[in-house]
Unconditional design. Structure first.
Length: 141
């Protein structure tokens, strides 16, 4: 992902989340040295993305979303798989993420890929004060 992709990414973000990230936040995120991003494209159209940080012992997923018209066909799973594969290639110990307590669809995806609940952050989301559930996937080599 680079700044030229932001308009398409923002269109997905606005339909995927009740409280979407801002364009400014995306631009800051992709500028962080440890940040990585992957776009899913179909016929040249961006239909999904994942943003994650590569840290010394783990990969931390910050955002994953799929365009409304392309959900439930495995794109989210493939984006998640990409981040997990990146962690394995670096011999990371785990992949971590936070997910809204109300986002049962995402939780199902993460659980189906072996993630487990590891904690909770009360009032984590500044936009509405919703709690976040911490999830992680331990990587055994």
């Amino acid at each position: 992902m680079d700044p030229t992709d932001i308009n398409e990414v923002m269109a997905i973000e606005r339909t995927a989340y009740r409280y979407p990230w801002s364009e400014k936040f995306f631009l800051q995120e992709i500028g962080v040295q440890c940040a990585r991003s992957v776009l899913a494209e179909i016929n040249g159209k961006i239909v999904g993305y994942v943003l994650y940080w590569v840290l010394p012992d783990e990969v931390d997923i910050h955002n994953i979303a799929v365009h409304r018209e392309f959900r439930c066909v495995g794109i989210g799973r493939r984006l998640l798989d990409h981040a997990v594969r990146a962690a394995r290639e670096r011999d990371s110990l785990r992949v971590t993420l936070e997910v809204r307590k109300s986002n049962s669809v995402a939780q199902k995806l993460y659980l189906s890929q072996g993630f487990v609940f590891t904690g909770e952050r009360r009032g984590y989301y500044s936009d509405d004060g919703e709690d976040a559930l911490l999830m992680s996937l331990n990587l055994n080599f």
